[in-house]
Design a protein around this ligand. Structure first.
Ligand SMILES: [Zn+2]
Length: 188
């Protein structure tokens, strides 16, 4: 056990950190890792999204039972990982032999984000051949990078047609300008 200082301010080096984004790190790492095959964390994310549509008490109770069923897999033990005069820093260790600690870390971040109402910000990139998990910074952000966003826009047929039209018009305009220039040169 070591003495530690509680973090007070967020590090500014990474630029602006959006609310909850700093928590999402281990969760995104787990979701995007190839070792992640059993999908418990994904099931919890899916359940979080489905909860919004539920209104009746029966539905909500059934949903809670389902979520408790997934959470029941985890066997977590609190351990002190550091203290100072006033505060304890606690971590949760899995007591399951088969469990991997990255999944426990992902679960804890997921539960924190869910308790703060921020878990819907954890989503998949909508570019068909990407699907990378990311933390949504803006309400309409659908893609995990600008690169994915532009790739989807460029592949959009309506947009392609517009671009073709634009290029055609541009060529016509250039031709007209060239011809006009030739005429004025001849007149001289
Ligand atoms: Zn992407």
């Amino acid at each position: 056990m070591r003495d530690f200082a509680m973090p007070t301010k967020k590090a500014k080096s990474r630029g602006h950190v959006f609310r909850g984004e700093d928590l999402a790190g281990p969760l995104l790492t787990w979701l995007n890792s190839r070792r992640n095959t059993e999908g418990r964390i994904e099931s919890l994310l899916d359940a979080y999204r489905r909860r919004r549509a539920l209104t009746s008490e029966n539905e909500i109770r059934a949903w809670e039972t389902e979520v408790d069923g997934i959470l029941g897999y985890y066997r977590l033990l609190p351990v002190i990982i550091g203290t100072n005069a006033n505060q304890w820093l606690i971590d949760w260790r899995s007591t399951r032999k088969d469990s991997q600690s990255p999944e426990s870390a992902a679960l804890l971040k997921l539960l924190t984000l869910a308790s703060q109402g921020l878990l819907a910000n954890v989503r998949r990139c909508e570019r068909p051949d990407c699907g990378t998990w990311f933390y949504q910074r803006f309400v309409h952000q659908k893609y995990h990078t600008e690169k994915c966003k532009f790739a989807v826009l460029a592949a959009d047929p309506a947009r392609k047609e517009k671009r073709r039209e634009y290029m055609r018009d541009l060529r016509k305009l250039k031709k007209r300008l060239r011809n006009a220039r030739k005429k004025t040169q001849k007149r001289r």
